[in-house]
Design a protein around this ligand. Structure first.
Ligand code: AMP
Length: 552
């Protein structure tokens, strides 16, 4: 017997409809990409202009299911294109501008994007790749006519001209909730990038899950600053969450440095913000150097890579801001787990709580997780046994776009048990708290046992004079691999191997102790701000550890 409730497909156009109806005058503030000045608009105005975008897209021949690309910062115009495209059932493809231009061209061609919207910052990239693009018919610069760049390789339309004169009414929704809605390619450290194709239903469900009290917990009294870009899995759902709950939205545009973020946090009275650790390291350094305080910020979501202990301690102990440690991935829309503590943790002392918060946390409702060995057998939940972390849920990818990386004849990227392999290696404890111990490919295999590079990095980054730390496995004749600690010192600092190893002593198992330490000017970061281990492994592929010489 079926239930007797109304048909109301879960499509994301309803989110902006809701905001325009219920929070019409709530502000959306943007740091303008060209001037750096703040501009102010409202959900109602964004809704109207997004309808104009829909009409303009349709006028350019875009139809249900067609892909439309953005190469853009977090701005109000990006929101307008976002909802204008998604609302009519086109697929919004957010392209990561930090990728190499050739990779960007490959992705846009693979997605068969029809129109490319771009911020003026990225005009040089567009100028370079336009001759390589096979499907893009129209190039729209997300600015007005006065600021639109003139490119050598193609004609550019200014966004304000693109939507000028278009009517405010356009039909949104009316299609199946499983219709494709957004496309985001994974950074693809091996092989070609793969497209994750979100549906309307998956985005709506994931946004509601991500905004549970124990996760973002945002409401109409919040002021939300997504520093995490919209091209990273929907700004971790915030592009949906904020209008859904009526929070004031603050968009950082092109400026993500410590000073610019601090000015927005204080100037706009931000209560909740989200970004990867690198952003917070820049902010904390800026605040520490200038002896500044935070007066309104209550919660900060940190994910994308593990929260370094000194970032956690600084926010919670020095600034009184609650850290929400989140783990997830593009294929999970992206949030999978959340590090909010449980009553069992609160019953213990503060240091134990800090330790618990450094773990990646427990599954959100809508995420089912397990850890398995190489044969797919489940590992115990004792906080010690490592295993491959598998997940499933309504906002977890089943297949990649055009069946890339398919593992079965149905084109799915799933294990035989129907779960998605995250590529992470993790433990689960008795309370269901997950801790990432490594990427499957980064784990250091020493004498048949696994060493977690991430654990060592997180501790090493807290040593004096250390700006960033990376640990990779280096070939070893006896142990197969041994850890090498690579340190990027803070400007002017020169920490020694002895000091660094002494700092690690007692904090990690003896056999995890790096066999050597090297200082490097800059640890390479990938397009999503994470340490580029592939590049480091390449640089140090012939590195001979002192212990190698001893073993020979
Ligand atoms: P991406 O799809 O680019 O967001 O990358 C997802 C990967 O980032 C995950 O599979 C993890 O390896 C890593 N990651 C994300 N969040 C965390 C976290 N909180 N701690 C450790 N690793 C993380």
């Amino acid at each position: 017997m079926l239930g007797l409730m109304q048909e109301w497909p879960l499509t994301v156009d309803r989110i902006l409809d809701h905001a325009a109806k219920n929070f019409s005058h709530r502000e959306v503030v943007t740091r303008n990409v060209e001037s750096g000045q703040l501009t102010r608009t409202t959900y109602e105005a964004i809704w109207k202009r997004a309808k104009q975008v829909t009409n303009a897209l349709q006028g350019h021949g875009v139809r249900l299911g067609d892909r439309v690309a953005t190469l853009a910062w977090n701005t109000e115009r990006h929101m307008e294109v976002w909802y204008g495209a998604m609302g009519m059932g086109a697929v919004l493809h957010t392209v990561n501008p930090r990728l190499f231009p050739e990779q960007i061209a490959w992705i846009i061609n693979h997605a068969e994007d029809q129109i490319l919207f771009f911020d003026t910052t990225f005009a040089p990239i567009v100028d370079k790749i336009a001759p390589l693009l096979t499907t893009v018919k129209t190039y729209v610069s997300l600015t007005d006519r006065d600021h639109a760049p003139k490119l050598n390789s193609t004609h550019v339309v200014a966004f304000e001209d693109f939507i000028a004169g278009q009517p405010y009414d356009a039909r949104w929704g009316g299609f199946d909730e499983n219709t494709a809605c957004g496309l985001c390619y994974t950074s693809g450290t091996t092989g070609d990038p793969k497209g994750v194709l979100y549906s309307h239903r998956s985005n709506v469900i994931h946004a509601m899950a991500a905004n549970q009290t124990d996760c973002f917990g945002a409401g109409a009294n919040d002021v939300v600053l997504p520093v995490v870009p919209m091209f990273h899995a929907n700004a971790w759902a915030i592009a949906f969450v904020a209008p859904m709950c009526g929070a004031k939205l603050v968009m950082p545009g092109a400026k993500l440095d410590g000073q610019s973020v601090y000015e927005l946090l204080e100037g706009e009275k931000v209560t909740f913000t989200a970004a990867v650790p690198t952003v917070w390291l820049m902010l904390l350094n800026y605040m520490q150097e200038n002896k500044l305080k935070l007066s309104t910020l209550k919660r900060v979501a940190i994910g994308g890579s593990a929260v370094p202990e000194r970032v956690l301690r600084a926010f919670e102990q020095d600034y009184g801001v609650e850290v929400i440690h989140a783990w997830g991935m593009t294929e999970m829309s992206p949030i999978g787990t959340i590090g909010k503590l449980l009553p069992e943790h609160y019953a213990s002392d503060e240091e134990s709580q800090i330790k618990a918060k450094l773990k990646q946390g427990r599954a959100l409702f809508t995420v089912d997780m397990k850890i398995v060995d190489d044969e797919g057998r489940e590992k115990p939940h004792d906080g010690k046994a490592f295993g491959r972390l598998l997940v499933r849920g309504p906002a977890v990818a089943r297949s990649y776009f055009k069946n890339a990386g398919a593992k079965n004849e149905r084109g799915e990227c799933l294990e035989a048990c129907g779960f998605f392999d995250t590529g992470d290696v993790a433990t689960l404890d008795e309370l269901g708290i997950m801790q990432i111990t490594d990427r499957a490919k980064d784990v250091i295999k020493s004498g048949g046992e696994w060493i977690s590079s991430i654990d060592i990095e997180n501790i090493a980054v807290g040593a004096e004079g250390v700006a960033n730390a990376a640990v990779i496995g280096v070939a070893h004749p006896k142990w197969d691999e041994r850890p090498l600690l690579i340190i990027e010192p803070k400007p002017g600092a020169q920490p020694t191997k002895e000091q660094l190893l002494a700092f690690l002593d007692g904090k990690i198992a003896k056999w995890w102790m790096p066999d050597d330490v090297v200082l490097t000017e800059k640890i390479p970061l990938g397009a999503t701000g994470k340490i580029n281990k592939l590049a480091l492994r390449e640089t140090f592929k012939d590195y001979r550890l002192p212990s190698t010489q001893a073993a020979e």
